[in-house]
Design a protein. Structure first.
Length: 330
């Protein structure tokens, strides 16, 4: 009985029992802290790795969209290389561009887009369009200049709209040196098929970009009411690079890019839907025979482009980039 009496304090909460419980709790706490110390960095590393690849993957998708958008718009503008800079909540894409001027590349304004973790382009604050001359200097001129390079931006005239005046840059070619490299937009008097368009141009002259009549009836009504010309840097000009730039040129590349944007895009689906709605036939499938051409961009020396004089199908012509030709050593 005495031995049992001595054990009672231990069994019912004596000092010995309390010490054992404290030690057990301390071991449990230390074990928990140890697990947290070991597991937390692993979890953070997994999260960081996941977010890194999410941002990178979304960046790749945005770059693909920019390529597709460039294939259905951007007169004579090509993308040479792309890069992505990641930040905490997405990233920024940088796309270096150039134009083909005769037989030489001409560095052009880069395309820069910011995007978030969901792959939506967030744009860039402070991005503005082309530069126009002040009213006191421009008179009746509609000339516009690229904000990055200072070069002329081409202007297009829709054939179904009666404008008060039309620009005729072809007549000014003789004022340039014969070897001056010239980019020029030609606006047609009506819509032509692809085959007919190639036959219209002088022998040996290939369009570097073809303007399609991808405008809905409602937008054409707006253009007629405002008699608005369409600038090469406009968000609502559609067309495709010439066949010589395949695989990123030609009508099939154009159709593929439209459909890719419609199916997989997040940022330019409205533009792609407008093109499809305007051009697709009764079967709701966009096919080469559905596409008509209402203008082209041509490049070459001033002397070469003089062959365009007195062509009845050309309703208007406007200069783009005009650059002195530089002969490089062989």
């Amino acid at each position: 009985m005495e031995q049992n009496h001595e054990q009672d304090p231990f069994i019912f909460g004596g000092k010995g029992a309390q010490q054992i419980i404290k030690k057990a709790r301390l071991r449990s706490t230390l074990k928990t802290i140890g697990i947290i110390v070991i597991v937390t960095p692993v979890i953070l590393a997994v999260i960081w790795y996941g977010l890194y690849h999410l941002r990178l993957n979304q960046g790749d998708k945005v770059q693909s969209e920019i390529l597709w958008k460039n294939e259905i718009s951007a007169p004579n503008v090509h993308i040479s290389n792309q890069s992505v800079k990641l930040d905490s909540f997405g990233g920024e894409t940088y796309n270096q561009t150039y134009k083909w001027l005769g037989n030489k590349p001409y560095i052009w304004q880069p395309i820069e887009e910011s995007y978030n973790l969901l792959g939506h382009s967030t744009g860039r604050y402070g991005a503005f369009g082309a530069i126009s001359l002040p009213e006191q200097l421009s008179a009746a001129s509609t000339h516009r200049y690229n904000p990055a390079t200072g070069d002329r931006e081409m202007i297009f005239y829709h054939p179904e709209i009666d404008y008060d005046s039309y620009e005729d840059s072809i007549s000014q070619l003789k004022q340039l040196g014969d070897d001056t490299l010239v980019e020029m937009a030609l606006s047609f008097d009506q819509a032509y098929t692809l085959d007919k368009t190639q036959k219209l141009l002088p022998a040996g002259m290939q369009p570097v970009w073809l303007w399609t009549d991808a405008y809905t009836p409602s937008y054409k009504k707006y253009l007629k009411e405002t008699r608005q010309t369409i600038a090469a840097d406009s968000m609502i000009i559609y067309g495709f690079h010439g066949e010589q730039f395949a695989p990123y040129g030609g009508v099939n590349s154009f159709i593929n890019s439209v459909e890719q944007l419609r199916k997989h895009g997040k940022n330019f689906t409205w533009e792609a839907d407008q093109v499809h709605q305007s051009l697709a036939g009764d079967n709701n499938i966009l096919e080469p025979d559905d596409i008509t051409i209402i203008g082209v961009v041509v490049t070459g020396t001033a002397k070469q482009l003089e062959a365009l004089q007195n062509q009845a199908y050309i309703k208007a012509s406007t200069f783009g980039v005009v650059s002195d030709s530089i002969t490089l050593p062989n």
